[in-house]
Design a protein around this ligand. Structure first.
Ligand SMILES: NC(=O)C1=CN([C@@H]2O[C@H](COP(=O)(O)OP(=O)(O)OC[C@H]3O[C@@H](n4cnc5c(N)ncnc54)[C@H](OP(=O)(O)O)[C@@H]3O)[C@@H](O)[C@H]2O)C=CC1
Ligand SMILES: C[C@H](CCC(=O)O)[C@H]1CC[C@H]2[C@@H]3C(=O)C[C@@H]4C[C@H](O)CC[C@]4(C)[C@H]3CC[C@]12C
Length: 503
């Protein structure tokens, strides 16, 4: 099937990428490989030619540089005259160990492991459309909370040669997703979707290998354990006098959270960009009974703003009990629409919706450790399952899940008593959401007032995840795990694409 096909393989100087190149060579493909180290690439190209590649060449450079990604695609155009398959496989060196608060490193990894994938896809798309080609993205179980499970499950790593072949088979058959070593990748992911607390516990207690061997008989008992370990109930006194930061508090769900917290007599520090709106929200909070309320205006697009906000809490309160991260920037001029290939906008949205959340957390952590406090991260269904017309936004929300679900493991393992609550929200009736999607989606949005209260309760109860509205979100999360293609098709049926094109 791949004989004579024109294929780019990134990260092909070593590891799985190198093995993919050798398999393609045996199948007689035209291969263009990339990585940083020229000497290694040269050797891989020589071996590919020996193995029978129709042609083999390389381009060396770093994917930290967006211009390099575009250069590789231009090279395919010039030397191969087109492209049938783009295999995105490269990965920047990641630090394996407790997160050390190095936000700059997170930015760099995003550039290499994510933004360059978007840039290559965007540049290669015209050629791939012409050839009705394929894009293959090599990812990891660590896309969510189960990274540590890989270490527990695979004491001996799976062979990269076999893995490379499975990737190619999946790609040639145009499969939507490939789970290499099904029982050790797919089953934990399924378990995460059905009983996430349980999976987290098993991962940390290193009981996963044994668990999988007796998976079916144990499932009933374990689910019972999961349901019976219900959290304590909420009462408003729990938050009285607590010191809380709410970001994105000038409108929508953030504004409603501020009002609920005010009624609960908390100390509030609110942030957003628009000073006039924040002023009004603060006034109303004081009327409603807040122990104190003030604001700082500024943009989370600005990398130095998180420090200003956290310093303000330190100066005025000398501590912090709850950090509610809720703000979002907009996906640029294209807004809620088909992805237009603007990588700069994706980077900008990542800075506002993801990197600033990491920075705020890192800066606030010493105070939160001291108070045994809580971090509440507001995310979306679009951060659990791909969402049309919100590709960049959806990517920022997936990033939040990957980062904060991993950090939660580290806190438990390191005995840091700071809770992390990830809030997965469906469609809520805030002005901005209704304005963006009401002409495209028929469904009735859930009320923002109730949504805001549920977020606060989940944070106060130190819950791992909140699903709101509960049934819609839980059904979507479960379907994503057990029947992703079915979910994809019903998701697409919710959207009126003609109205979107007309707008
Ligand atoms: N509404 C919905 O249907 C859903 C919402 N969510 C999530 O809920 C949360 C709140 O959404 P929602 O209330 O609808 O959104 P809104 O648009 O109503 O509120 C967004 C808030 O973020 C602030 N903000 C925007 N840009 C920036 C910036 N660059 N720097 C700092 N603050 C900024 C806005 O204020 P200002 O413009 O003054 O800066 C505003 O206070 C988000 O995390 C969203 O992803 C999740 C799923 C569905
Ligand atoms: C349409 C989705 C839900 C379908 C359903 O009713 O079951 C929505 C789920 C999440 C929404 C998006 C979201 O996360 C918030 C963004 C906030 C901005 O204000 C603009 C709109 C959003 C892109 C919003 C759009 C609808 C959802 C995808």
């Amino acid at each position: 099937m791949l004989k004579g096909k024109r294929v780019i393989v990134t990260g092909a100087s070593t590891g799985i990428g190198e093995q993919i190149a050798y398999h393609l060579a045996r199948m007689g493909s035209h291969i263009l490989i990339t990585a940083r180290t020229e000497a290694k690439l040269q050797k891989v190209v020589e071996r590919c030619l020996e193995l029978g590649a129709a042609s083999a060449r390389y381009v060396s450079g770093t994917m930290e540089d967006m211009a390099f990604a575009q250069h590789v695609v231009r090279e395919a155009h010039t030397s191969l005259g087109g492209l049938d398959m783009l295999i995105l496989n490269h990965v920047g060196a990641s630090y394996f160990g407790f997160f050390d608060g190095d936000v700059e490193h997170v930015r760099k990894l995003l550039e290499i492991n994510f933004l360059s994938y978007v840039a290559m896809t965007t540049s290669a798309l015209p050629m791939l459309k012409e050839s009705e080609g394929s894009i293959v993205v090599v990812s990891s179980m660590a896309e969510s909370a189960v990274r540590a499970a890989a270490e527990v499950l695979r004491e001996r790593p799976a062979p990269r040669d076999e893995c490379a072949l499975e990737i190619l088979k999946g790609a040639a058959l145009r499969r939507r997703e490939l789970y290499y070593r099904y029982s050790s990748t797919r089953l934990p992911l399924l378990l995460r979707d059905c009983a996430a607390d349980l999976l987290d516990y098993l991962v940390r207690s290193r009981g996963m290998g044994l668990f999988l061997k007796i998976f079916i008989p144990l499932l009933g008992g374990l689910l019972a354990f999961y349901f019976y370990s219900a959290p304590q109930s909420f009462n408003e006194g729990m938050l009285r006098g607590k010191r809380v930061i709410v970001t994105g508090a000038s409108s929508g769900i953030g504004e409603q959270m501020a009002y609920h917290l005010a009624r609960m007599e908390t100390h509030l520090l609110l942030t957003a960009r628009t000073e006039a709106k924040l002023q009004k929200v603060v006034e109303r909070c004081l009327e409603l009974g807040a122990a104190s309320a003030h604001y700082i205006s500024g943009s989370m697009e600005n990398p130095s703003f998180p420090e200003v906000v956290v310093k303000e809490a330190e100066t005025s309160w000398g501590g912090l009990d709850m950090l509610i991260l809720n703000h979002i920037g907009y996906s640029g001029s294209s807004g809620f629409n088909f992805f237009d290939g603007n990588v700069g906008q994706v980077r900008k949205l990542m800075e506002t919706n993801f990197i600033s959340y990491v920075a705020m957390t890192t800066l606030a952590l010493p105070m939160l450790k001291e108070s045994d406090g809580s971090i509440v991260v507001v995310s979306s269904m679009a951060g659990k399952a791909g969402s049309p017309f919100a590709a960049s936004y959806s990517a920022t929300k997936f990033a939040l899940d990957g980062f904060f679900s991993s950090l939660r493991h580290e806190f438990v393992m390191d005995k840091v008593n700071v809770s992390i609550t990830l809030c997965i929200l469906g469609y809520i009736n805030t002005e901005s959401a209704v304005r963006a999607v009401s002409h495209v989606i028929q469904g009735t949005p859930a009320p923002k007032e109730e949504c805001a209260l549920e977020i606060i309760k989940a944070g106060a109860l130190r819950q791992r995840e909140l699903h709101y509205p509960p049934w819609v979100v839980s059904a979507v999360v479960l379907l994503r795990g057990i029947a992703p293609e079915f979910l994809d098709s019903i998701t697409r049926s919710w959207y009126n694409v003609e109205n979107l094109r007309r707008s």
